[in-house]
Design a protein. Structure first.
Length: 154
């Protein structure tokens, strides 16, 4: 609830806040598909449930980075009035920054696979999947949500 409230406060939109939370939730299904369906890791413990707090923080940060790049693009003279160029600028700027933070976090979680304890190994794999999955979902869907918001609600 706190993340949703802060989304509404920072994004200044209930629509974008709802989309942000929905994208976070979508990353769990996508991750389960990869974790259990492709990698065939069947072990799941209460430790895995704790990833929600990590993903909430990382995804919120990703969304804030993107929305800040979008808002900054409105202040650049050569992009004013051209929404396509604004989105291109904001997307390229945000995607690079988000990719660095998401990839380093995923690699850090992947180091848990070196643990001799199965629950920690499985958690590391799960976390190393959900971070890039969340990244992909956010960079592919959230920009469209911003455009829809500007067209229909703002």
């Amino acid at each position: 609830m706190f993340v949703m409230a802060y989304f509404v406060f920072h994004l200044k939109s209930l629509f974008l806040a709802g989309i942000g939370v929905l994208l976070i939730l979508l990353s769990f299904g996508f991750t389960a598909l990869i974790h259990q369906g492709i990698f065939r890791v069947q072990f799941y413990s209460n430790l895995h449930n704790l990833i929600i707090f990590i993903v909430l923080g990382i995804a919120a940060d990703d969304i804030f980075v993107f929305i800040d790049a979008w808002r900054q693009s409105a202040c650049i003279d050569i992009y004013k009035g051209d929404r396509n160029r604004r989105m291109s600028y904001a997307w390229k700027r945000a995607v690079r920054a988000i990719a660095v933070t998401s990839s380093t976090t995923a690699v850090a979680f992947m180091s848990n696979t070196l643990s001799p304890m199965m629950p920690i190994q499985s958690f590391g794999i799960y976390a190393a999947i959900i971070i890039p999955a969340n990244y992909l979902i956010i960079v592919m869907i959230f920009p469209a949500a911003v455009i829809i918001y500007e067209d229909k609600f703002e």
